[in-house]
Design a protein around this ligand. Structure first.
Ligand code: SAH
Length: 354
């Protein structure tokens, strides 16, 4: 059987050098040339790589593949230009990617898994369980499609959040390879500081990440300051409770000097009282961090109501008054199905119904 063509977008520069020298009998410097074509010129076809010898281009056509994502739909918000893509992978599974335009730049939110098995009670991505992990190349492609769309406007992606469907720290190696690929100076050159990995709180993986001393931001989905409330919302809390999670966060800060970002989705009557704000401030005392308050996105299957705008402001004020920096995340793309997993869920429902 012929070997499976190599997905070029999935190779770090080092892996590409190894592959070119070992398998293709090429000098290592070809890897940089290919990286320039893939990530700086952003061509979609190896035959366009005009400084490679013709025989090598022909060999690459036979031995590699490039685009594997197919755009199924795209929604663009009339309010703020937020763009949400639904992509089909080679096996037909679908994933979402979102481009958000902020005043400080453009961020892209990528998915790291098809579905998710973490079971958070407010989340749409986990409704059908985990289908599979994404490969590094599939994560890279999401970003490249977004960047190509922005190229037409002369704009660049300034930050990347691994906050789409899936748990990046459960799909650890591909997620880190993705980061290596998109931060490489020979490629897209996105700064480590402009990358945020969001986790449900997989404690052992947080220690591993801390020990690697990457310059990225760690975002932790906390959502509650006491174990009873958090376990009700997030099953993972039964495996790694808040005390263990916070210990890991302190360790992360000690090793990296990077302030931790905590996500806290406010759900009416569940985690939004004044006492809960105080408990949160208490919990985070002494840890350099920032709390992102998110009005929970409505998910039809979940039927949870968001806290009122007034109460969200009061919650933020309470935290800030107690010395815990907190801001309310501005809602993006309110007129499109922008909550994680919703476009995919809608698409699946339409397919099932037709
Ligand atoms: N698995 C990772 C990353 C994906 S979820 C994690 O849990 O962090 C990205 C963020 O969206 C998490 O903070 C998650 O808790 C939050 N989220 C999921 N569903 C949401 C909803 N309906 N409303 C608001 N935030 C939600």
């Amino acid at each position: 059987m012929a070997p499976m063509p190599v997905h070029l977008y999935g190779l770090t520069l080092e892996q590409m050098q190894e592959w070119l020298t070992a398998d293709m009998q090429q000098p290592a410097y070809r890897a940089k040339q290919i990286y320039h074509w893939l990530y700086q010129r952003r061509v979609e076809d190896v035959t366009a790589m005009s400084d490679l010898p013709a025989f090598l281009r022909a060999e690459l056509v036979a031995a590699t593949r490039l685009a594997t994502l197919r755009e199924v739909t795209r929604q663009v918000s009339k309010l703020d230009g937020t763009t949400k893509f639904l992509f089909a992978l080679e096996d037909g599974a679908t994933i979402e990617t979102v481009i958000m335009r902020h005043d400080y730049g453009i961020s892209v939110c990528v998915s790291t898994q098809v579905g998710c098995k973490m079971g958070c009670k407010f989340c749409a991505s986990t409704l059908g369980g985990l289908i599979r992990h994404l490969t590094a190349g599939e994560i890279v492609e999401q970003l490249l499609v977004a960047q190509r769309m922005l190229d037409a406007e002369g704009l660049r992606v300034s930050s990347v959040v691994l906050m789409g469907s899936g748990e990046p720290l459960e799909n650890y190696d591909p997620s880190m390879a993705f980061i290596d690929i998109v931060t490489d100076a020979e490629g897209l050159g996105i700064g480590q500081r402009h990358i945020t990995v969001s986790t449900v709180g997989l404690v052992p993986a947080i220690y591993r990440l801390a020990d690697e001393r990457r310059g990225i931001t760690l975002a932790v989905s906390l959502h509650a300051a006491d174990d009873e409330t958090r376990s009700r919302m997030m099953p993972i809390n039964k495996a790694y409770n808040i005390a263990r999670l916070l210990e890991a966060c302190h360790y992360y800060y000690e090793k990296t000097s990077r302030r931790i970002s905590f996500e806290y989705a406010l759900i009416a009557g569940h985690n939004d009282s004044r006492d809960q704000a105080r408990a949160l401030a208490d919990l985070l005392k002494g840890l350099p961090c920032h709390v992102n308050l998110i009005p929970v996105n409505y998910v039809p299957e979940r039927n949870l109501e968001r806290t009122s705008a007034n109460q969200i402001r009061a919650f933020a004020k309470e935290l800030n008054d107690l010395g815990t920096p907190a801001t309310v995340r501005r809602e993006m793309g309110g007129d499109i199905a922008a909550a994680c997993g919703q476009l995919r869920a809608e698409h699946a429902a339409i397919k099932a119904g037709s």
